[in-house]
Design a protein around this ligand. Structure first.
Ligand SMILES: Cc1ncc(COP(=O)(O)O)c(C=O)c1O
Length: 399
């Protein structure tokens, strides 16, 4: 795809961005000029045409399935459009044909999105949920996989993990985890929202389900994401959640005259049965525009760019007394640099001081987390490091 709009390290498509360094793409991305234009265009088209605006945008929204699929090495027919990551977890947790006593494994430290729906499934369907410590996986893939394998048993039905851990940035070894699942006859569920867009992800390694919101590393807006399910698992799901758009031939009663309004049409056997009703027009226009930029830059190139940025930033912060949680094994790195603060530092006070210095980051689970994306320039690094150093000094003298 030809790219005439964006360059790695160039934030000129974000002219109103206030932060001196915006390092919060793991939380919410600011919309680029292209995203804002796409949203404005949707609003204008709907304002002029109402349902005609809808018809104009529908083919573009449908084409998005292919763009999402391309991002993860999937087929467009295996993609459903959903509002956010959690909706995808909940849909699968609700629709698997659970048998009482089925066993689900996930990790302690996962974002609650990847725990709550399995807890609910445990209550509703008699499933047993087990949370494993993440520490062995942090130490090495071999240790992590051995620990995981030791917990897998006959009734293990599903392993549910995040592709990238939100609080420390660990990029999980999807291939080896998929192999453990396969050996056990279990399925693999992946929450990809902390990776997709900046970390290469390929469902071909053995991922059965994958869910992702659009407002973080995909750089769209809240309210528009996607869910992938391999066709062979999708067709076995029980449609415990379904709506008027879940049926085969769901729209004919609206367009083909009388005699088509029926309630007995089968629910589709593809994952898009989870699309229950009307979707976010602006949300999908936004993520469509940002995906175009990401595809033109290339996820591999973005991944290399953000890791060079973090390579520059990490030693400056370690020198200030932070402990980096970023792995030395390059394959375990993501777009996130998380650091635990020196023992004498109150992280919330430090965060407030960093915020005042207009460096945008977050403190999930008490770690200082930096999440740059393609627009972040390497020239920001000294600005960020100086801001943290100043904030650290201030925090120490005032607490
Ligand atoms: C790993 C992970 N999963 C899920 C979520 C929540 O995603 P959503 O709001 O799209 O459901 C977050 C948000 O920070 C996250 O970090």
């Amino acid at each position: 795809m030809q790219n005439t709009h964006s360059k790695l390290g160039d934030r000129s498509l974000f002219p109103d961005l206030r932060a001196r360094a915006y390092l919060n793409h793991g939380a919410i991305s600011p919309p680029s000029t292209l995203v804002r234009q796409a949203v404005q265009q949707v609003l204008s088209d709907y304002a002029r045409g109402g349902v005609w605006g809808f018809k104009e945008w529908l083919p573009r929204r449908e084409a998005l399935r292919g763009s999402f699929a391309e991002l993860i090495g999937a087929e467009a027919t295996d993609i459903a459009l959903i509002p956010n990551t959690t909706t995808g977890v909940a849909a699968i947790a609700n629709c698997i044909d659970w048998q009482p006593g089925d066993h689900v494994l996930t990790f302690s430290g996962e974002f609650p999105s990847n725990v709550t729906p399995w807890q609910v499934a445990a209550k509703n369907f008699g499933v047993e949920l087990e949370l494993l410590p993440l520490a062995p996986m942090m130490r090495s893939v071999d240790e992590g996989i051995a620990a995981l394998r030791s917990k897998v048993r006959d009734r293990t039905r599903l392993i549910a993990i995040s592709a990238v851990q939100f609080q420390n940035g660990l990029r999980m070894p999807l291939g080896p985890i998929a192999a453990v699942a396969r050996e056990a006859g279990a399925e693999l569920f992946v929450d990809a929202v902390q990776g997709c867009g900046a970390v290469p992800i390929d469902v071909g390694v053995g991922v059965d389900y994958l869910t992702c919101g659009g407002h973080k590393w995909l750089m769209g807006l809240e309210g528009a994401g996607f869910l992938y399910a391999r066709q062979t698992v999708a067709e076995k799901l029980v449609p415990r959640t379904a709506g008027w758009l879940s049926h085969e031939d769901a729209l004919s009663f609206l367009f083909h005259g009388p005699g088509h309004l029926r309630y007995d049409r089968p629910i589709r056997k593809t994952i898009d049965f989870v699309e229950l009703g009307a979707q976010s027009a602006v949300g999908y226009a936004a993520v469509g525009a940002s995906l175009g930029l990401i595809a033109s830059l290339g996820v591999e190139a973005i991944y290399a760019h953000v890791n060079t940025y973090l390579d520059l930033l990490e030693p400056r912060l370690v020198a200030l007394g932070f402990e980096s949680l970023r792995r030395s094994d390059e394959a375990r790195r993501s777009g996130i640099l998380a650091l635990s603060p020196p023992a004498d530092v109150d992280i919330t006070a430090l965060y407030a001081a960093v915020d005042e210095r207009e460096v945008a980051c977050t403190i999930p689970d008490g770690n200082l987390r930096f999440a740059p994306h393609w627009p972040n320039a390497f020239s920001e690094v000294p600005v960020v490091a100086d801001a943290i150093e100043n904030a650290l000094r201030l925090t120490r003298t005032t607490t």
